[in-house]
Design a protein around this ligand. Structure first.
Ligand SMILES: *Cc1c(COP(=O)(O)O)cnc(C)c1O
Ligand code: SF4
Length: 458
């Protein structure tokens, strides 16, 4: 193939989506919803998603259409009509901006808090772009990786995206990361996340990863990258101009004795039905890197257990490892997307029952809550009481991990903070005593405030 014939990444946003041939396939009402709601939820898609992943005979119910295209029901009717009026009828920019701010605040009351908690400090100065919640893993958010190949409508990370499209690579961030890691020998894993770090070119990725292979960082065993590029732009690993260089980089990490772990965000089986997506998996694992599959369970998008089962089965066949199914709550339009925990457990269990042991490495449904990652193990009847059986897979306090505990069964609860202890107790075990939510020793020195924690869904 000549270079000209290679598919080139072409994003579409609110400003340009009209130029996509598929735009004509939306009804006027659907087009209007995109124009209106994308003021609140940043909209971005690309040619591959439009051409290969969305089945246009199936809109608006097509899962990938629902995943990337704003839908009218994502806002309460009164907000939708108010915003529509300002944007399309009055064309009052200032008033529209003010309403957008209000709606965003309502959807995400602590957007600023996201990066102020678990933020490591050196000499009392916060290290921008780092987060350290669990002892062994440090999260790194390079500023050049804060956008994605397409945006998921449920994603709550939009405060990061707005106005950040062209953040430049900043080498100082890597220097700070390395300094921090050199003095934290408990850390074994660095998770490079975003947005989507794979939006960066290979040269920028090299500038982040190569220093992690250097002296003084022998304790860093796993370099992880959280990404949805495996689904939204698998060409990143197959035909992009620097795709081969990226694979060489993975090989260098592996040759250095460390694990190169790609944490791939997959939402639906259709994302792995494409030839190029399958090639991407094979090329990634062909370097000796590992590819884990994870993603949130979202109403309207992936409620079908058969889709999860197909995804995990295909992934395993190609050499990937099913990892987490998350419960999503930190969504902007969460009323639109959320599912009761009881239902989430059902979906997980049914999907799990359909796959062989090789795919049962997956865990879920898991909530990234304030005290840690809580998984719903099941619904049980204990001493005449119907309960959820729960446990921590990750916790602020490592002692809490893998201790079964129980909450009253509640068919409508959608998040951990709505659950109450079972058996007439008034506290969960981890709320008792003086060992309440603590810090990673020597890491976060900022006050611990209850807040939403960023789930790791790149
Ligand atoms: C999930 C998560 C991690 C990594 O957890 P693993 O179970 O090791 O994948 C690290 N930090 C935060 C804040 C997380 O939510
Ligand atoms: S879930 Fe990941 S890929 Fe989707 S918009 Fe959010 S950061 Fe980007």
């Amino acid at each position: 193939m000549t270079a000209d014939a290679l598919p080139k990444f072409k994003p579409y946003t609110r400003q340009t989506i009209r130029q996509a041939p598929q735009w004509e396939l939306l009804t006027p009402e659907q087009q209007e919803a995109v124009q209106v709601i994308s003021h609140v939820l940043p909209f971005r898609t690309n040619q591959y998603v439009l051409e290969q992943l969305i089945d246009w005979d199936n809109i608006p119910d097509d899962p990938i259409y629902r995943l990337v295209f704003p839908h009218r029901d994502m806002l309460p009717a009164h907000e939708y009509w108010q915003l529509r009026d300002l944007v399309l009828v009055k064309q009052d920019d200032a008033a529209a901006q003010q309403l957008v701010r209000q709606i965003r605040l309502r959807m995400n009351p602590h957007p600023a808090g996201q990066m102020t908690h678990n933020v490591p400090r050196v000499n009392d100065a916060p290290l921008r772009g780092l987060q350290h919640k669990y002892k062994e893993t440090v999260l790194f958010f390079p500023s050049a990786g804060q956008t994605c190949h397409a945006y998921c409508t449920f994603c709550f990370r939009w405060p990061q995206f707005v106005g950040m499209d062209d953040m430049k690579f900043d080498a100082r961030e890597t220097t700070q990361l390395v300094e921090y890691l050199k003095t934290h020998k408990d850390v074994t894993d660095v998770l490079i996340t975003g947005g989507d770090p794979m939006i960066m070119n290979t040269r920028s990725m090299e500038e982040i990863i190569t220093p992690l292979l250097g002296p003084g960082l022998e304790h860093i065993q796993n370099i992880r990258v959280g990404t949805k590029s495996v689904s939204y732009w698998p060409q990143r690993y197959v035909s992009d101009r620097d795709a081969d260089d990226l694979l060489r980089l993975f090989e260098r990490v592996v040759a250095s004795g460390k694990n190169m772990a790609i944490m791939g965000h997959y939402s639906h089986a259709v994302e792995l039905r494409q030839e190029v997506a399958q090639q991407a998996v094979k090329r990634i694992v062909g370097t000796g890197a590992t590819l884990r599959m994870q993603g949130p369970l979202i109403r309207h998008i992936n409620e079908d257990p058969a889709s999860w089962a197909e995804l995990w089965r295909t992934g395993v066949r190609l050499g990937a490892i099913p990892y987490y199914m998350f419960v999503e709550r930190d969504t902007g339009p969460r009323e639109y997307f959320q599912l009761p925990l009881a239902r989430a457990h059902e979906v997980f269990q049914q999907a799990y029952q359909m796959v062989s042991g090789l795919a049962r490495t997956v865990r879920g449904p898991s909530m990234s809550a304030f005290p840690g990652k809580v998984v719903i193990d099941g619904v049980a009847q204990v001493g005449g009481e119907k309960v959820f059986a729960l446990q921590f897979l990750q916790a602020r306090n490592a002692d809490w991990v893998r201790k079964p505990f129980y909450a009253k069964y509640d068919p409508t609860a959608t998040w951990f903070d709505q659950l109450r202890p079972a058996f007439g107790r008034d506290k969960f075990f981890f709320e008792e005593g003086g060992q309440g939510p603590g810090h990673v020793p020597g890491a976060a020195t900022v006050p611990v405030l209850p807040r939403r924690v960023i789930p790791l869904v790149a």
